[in-house]
Design a protein around this ligand. Structure first.
Ligand SMILES: Nc1nc2c(ncn2[C@@H]2O[C@H](COP(=O)(O)OP(=O)(O)OP(=O)(O)O)[C@@H](O)[C@H]2O)c(=O)[nH]1
Ligand SMILES: [Mg+2]
Length: 465
């Protein structure tokens, strides 16, 4: 999702970043490109107009802050406008999960067009509620139109390990809903998910059926499931459902196949309903909470910096980091420092996960995952360094053939791996010298992405960058 938009916007900001100070013409020019990028991403025109107008209003005439560059300031303004468009307000960046805050059994009604993903999402929701929140969930299919529909839900329920309402032939959707709520009350279920039938297009019969069930069940959540890949059509569908049935939230499915993402940006403005969940694949665990702030971060290619910083702050030893920074400045980065770096990274979780959060690295993530660059590699590298003598760690130049053999044997690795580590360390030291030369500014321009991966070779000798 959003890949195309993200790379376009990145281009715009890259050009802005190269300027020292921004004139009003620069801002206008950038905004024109932002506008084109949004339109190409299939964002609805009124939403694009509103967004760019908001950015212009805030950017022009704003005092340039001393501590940040003008480009960074524009990025921040665009970011805030995106968060708002996605449904997050000021200081309100929380996830839009399901609201189940009602007396049990809480009815959740699933509505939407044919094939949008209602039944699959019902299964995903059941799995999540069961495992994460330890809820007792009943799945009920009200789909009497498609012959195999009720069986489909029953199969899903078995996979998830929750109960589905026994199938009784010949019942109407309303009768099934009545029976589901009845069973749920008697057998003390926490949540009842009512999966309805889809139609090819919005028609009166569909709306009437859904409205009837809704009036009876009084669902606490009425979730409209839309296919993100249908772009503007998804937004139009949502508007129609909102007007005729009334929904409390939207689930966008197939975001795994949608590179434009425009529908997500238009949804809130056009329908007023928040996106609550995202479907990101056919598997039952492919369900994500919708975080407006994180999505905006992804679109701008600034990565999920917030989470990265949070996780880093939790795990990285501050004193050690400061000592390291001081040694780096003096150009005294040793293999011991390298080993402690590896340990820190290990503590932060899988390497590919972290790299994916860094700006400009998102697109490399799959490649890194494919290469299986993971913690086991970090551990091996740490073991190699652990098998060196203190003298070798301080002056790695003395590590020649016989020492390499000894180190490889001591760490249970191979001479090739020792070579690779020494090469990585060389690359990293060289990079740090470069960084010192560039100074803080250079580092900012290159982004953190320039820092981590350069010194790392993927297995097979491939460079990730
Ligand atoms: N890639 C991808 N496929 C999905 C996602 N959600 C659902 N699907 C697939 O879309 C197809 C249709 O999903 P269903 O859940 O049956 O859709 P439905 O809305 O219940 O369809 P009807 O009951 O016929 O109206 C299935 O093949 C699902 O595996 C998703 O998030 N990503
Ligand atoms: Mg279905």
């Amino acid at each position: 999702m959003f890949e195309a938009l993200s790379s376009k916007l990145n281009g715009v900001f890259d050009r802005l970043r190269r300027r020292g100070a921004l004139s009003e013409t620069d801002v206008q020019e950038a905004l024109r490109e932002v506008r084109v990028a949004l339109l190409e991403a299939d964002v609805a025109l009124p939403v694009v107009k509103d967004l760019t107008a908001r950015v212009r209003e805030r950017a022009v005439g704003q005092e340039v802050l001393k501590s940040v560059s003008p480009a960074q300031q524009v990025i921040k303004i665009v970011n805030d406008a995106l968060v708002e468009a996605l449904g997050g307000g000021e200081g309100d960046t929380g996830a839009r999960g399901l609201d189940l805050n009602a007396p049990a059994p809480v009815p959740v009604l699933m509505v939407g067009l044919q094939g949008s993903g209602k039944t699959t999402t019902s299964g995903k929701i059941a799995l999540r509620l069961k495992t994460r929140e330890k809820k007792k969930v009943l799945l009920a299919s009200l789909d009497v139109h498609r012959p195999a529909a009720q069986l489909q839900l029953e199969t899903l329920a078995k996979q998830v390990g929750v109960t589905s309402l026994p199938i009784v032939a010949g019942q109407t959707p309303l009768q099934i809903a009545e029976r589901a709520m009845d069973v749920a009350r008697r057998e003390l279920y926490d949540v009842v998910v009512l999966d309805t039938a889809g139609r090819l297009a919005i028609d009166e019969a569909l709306m009437a059926e859904v409205a009837q069930v809704k009036a009876f069940a009084r669902p606490h959540e009425t979730l409209l499931v839309v296919d993100a890949m249908t772009g503007q059509d998804a937004v139009n569908t949502a508007r129609a459902f909102q007007e005729k049935v009334g929904v409390t939230g939207i689930v966008m499915t197939r975001i795994d196949g949608d590179a434009r993402g425009g529908a997500a940006l238009s949804m809130r403005a056009v329908t007023g309903a928040p996106i609550k969940l995202l479907g990101a694949g056919e598997k039952l665990d492919a369900l994500e909470d919708f975080h407006p702030d994180r999505i905006a971060g992804r679109i701008l290619g600034m990565g999920d910096i917030v989470s990265l910083v949070e996780r880093a702050a939790e795990t990285i030893d501050k004193d050690e980091a400061e000592k390291l920074a001081a040694r780096m400045q003096k150009g005294q980065f040793s293999l011991e420092d390298y080993a402690s770096q590896l340990k820190q990274i290990g503590k932060m979780g899988s390497l590919s996960g972290i790299l994916g959060m860094l700006p400009g690295v998102g697109k490399m993530k799959q490649q890194i995952e494919d290469a299986n660059l993971d913690n086991s590699m970090l551990k091996r590298q740490a073991a190699i360094i652990g098998s060196m003598t203190p003298k070798e760690r301080r002056t790695p130049d003395i590590i020649k053939a016989s020492r390499k053999k000894r180190i490889a044997a001591g760490s249970g690795t191979s001479v090739q791996e020792v070579n690779k580590l020494l090469k990585n360390f060389d690359d990293m030291s060289a990079m740090m010298k470069r960084m010192n030369k560039l100074g803080q500014k250079g580092l900012m321009r290159g982004g953190l992405g320039a820092l981590l991966p350069k010194g790392m070779n993927l297995p097979g000798g491939r460079k990730p960058f």
